[in-house]
Design a protein around this ligand. Structure first.
Ligand SMILES: [Ca+2]
Ligand SMILES: [Ca+2]
Ligand SMILES: [Ca+2]
Length: 145
């Protein structure tokens, strides 16, 4: 993966950066809200996760193994660092949904594309605080974290 691709990927993965306006979650929503209607639906999450998966599946075998997760983890860690202050407990919650442990449903040590996509709903459920089935600004912020 080139440096440039990594930077593009970083932008894609920004999970919970507080934007210049200071609205919690706005950066995540900007990056994942494909139709820009202010909330991120399960469909949008699923599609975007498909893109992320392909980006990190370097040998293109349809599975993210531990070696490929090294770069994925480093990319997310760098993102967390670059956005220090914008991540609270909610940031961890967003990050967890992308980890190997969260997505390796059959515990074979790799995440297949099917597993990664199928866990989209569980990720949304974990973040969707107001229970409307989508992720919007209402699911971020200090209250209830
Ligand atoms: Ca949307
Ligand atoms: Ca692979
Ligand atoms: Ca697996």
């Amino acid at each position: 993966m080139t440096k440039l691709t990594m930077l593009a990927t970083l932008a894609l993965l920004m999970p919970l950066a507080v934007s210049a306006q200071g609205t919690p979650g706005s950066h995540f929503i900007e990056n994942w809200d494909l139709d820009a209607n202010g909330s991120v639906s399960l469909e949008e999450i699923t599609e975007r996760r498909g893109d992320v998966f392909v980006m990190f599946d370097q040998d293109e075998n349809g599975r993210l193994d531990a070696a490929e997760y090294v770069l994925f983890n480093e990319t997310r860690a760098a993102d967390m660092e670059n956005n220090a202050g914008g991540h609270g407990a909610g940031g961890g919650r967003m990050q967890e949904g992308l980890t190997l442990a969260f997505n390796d449903t059959n515990a074979d040590g790799e995440v297949s594309q099917e597993e990664f996509i199928a866990n989209s709903a569980a990720w949304v459920a974990g973040v969707d605080r107001d229970g409307d089935g989508a992720i919007s600004a209402a699911d971020f912020g200090p209250q209830g974290n």
